[in-house]
Design a binder for this molecule. Sequence first.
Ligand code: UD1
Length: 421
Amino acid sequence: MDKLIITGGTPLNGEIRISGSKNSGLPILAATLLANGPMYLNNLPHLNDITTMLSLLRCMGVGITIDEHMGVEIDSGSINDFAAPYDLVKTMRASILVLGPLLTRFGKADVSFPGGCAIGSRPVDIHLRGLEAMGATIEVDGGYIRARAPNGLKGAHFFMDIVTVGGTENLLMAAVLAKGKTVLENAAREPEIVDLANCLVRMGAQIEGIGTDSLTIYGVERLQGCTYSVMPDRIETGTYLTAAAATRGRVRLRDTASGILDAVLLKLEEAGAHISTGTDWIELDMKGNRPKSVNIRTAPYPAFPTDMQAQFTAMNTVAEGTGAVIETIFENRLIQVHELNRMGANITLEGNTAIIKGVPRLKGAPVMASDLRASASLVIAGMVADGETLIDRIYHIDRGYECIEEKLQILGANIQRIAGK
Ligand code: UD1
């Protein structure tokens, strides 16, 4: 298994490009199952999760061609299997996103039941109840969700008990080809859902209320293929900005968007960062100063994203003062705290709250990555620690950060990948 070795102490300084969004690319890849005719996708990030989704489509018989600029042509016309097997779903829970598109277009889908993961139990009950409200019959058998709708789905009025990103995406994709009108209430409104909805509209879907918590969808007979460019990754953007703030550095990020991470930018300013933005770039400058502690509470968009919580926890470990971090979305998402404490951080856990007393410096140590964003927090911690930090199990980080060590090297960090067996 590959490892990362980091020698801390250098402020990040320089300019890099932000990749396309993983969390928007995954549902858009699932949406290609809805198109009559080829889809051309640009700006997909080169990540393990994206490769897993492409493998899933390929194993269903979908035709996939990748060009020299990483543009991907996907044609679902040759599909001959309607199943997402355990081996793929267990490596990537987002495989569940093929359920809605398969069911609404082909009337059947067998998707392995996604289990829990390091950050919590993560049920999919709302996805299933929404599809049942649209007329699907669903059985769970042999670890598989077996969903059937031989005569197609029909529109429904559905209220989601919990704001769920994946649930909203699955039901939105199911509704675009259902007969009649669907209303999804208490829908998630993350920018990635807006990106998916915009792509569906380009394919010919009729959707009202995009970007709000109430989506109205008028089902159409068929959707056509289109060309679509995936939005920039706001979590990758936020991660590099937070890393720069923690290391007292200055970075300029290109090919990103500032309007989709207001909550994060405001917190970085509260931490003492000077931020300037243009239409497709963001610059952060700490002017050499130590960050100040900030309090954060995660909640659905537009509030502070759970996917940025671990990185802010890492920044708070070396900030001036004491910060409280409250995680409200996932039950076990403060797992990075124990590894950070092994590096000399002063964090106490009280239920879903981490109280972080800033210390002047951390001390490098061997640590273990446990999930995607927790790994990013360990990378940040390694860059503000004295001496060497060795991060094991970095396959978690490769799921969500394209070329992380190359990008950090461009910014001046002392970070190397050690290839393992
Ligand atoms: C997506 C993101 C993930 C992010 C999360 C929250 C992708 C590929 N992943 O995950 O990076 O951290 O949104 O912003 O886009 N829940 C239920 N029943 C359901 C569905 C969800 O109880 O049927 C609960 C979950 O356990 C969790 C909460 O709702 O506590 C939010 O989960 P959800 O928004 O669905 O997360 P994902 O779509 O899995």
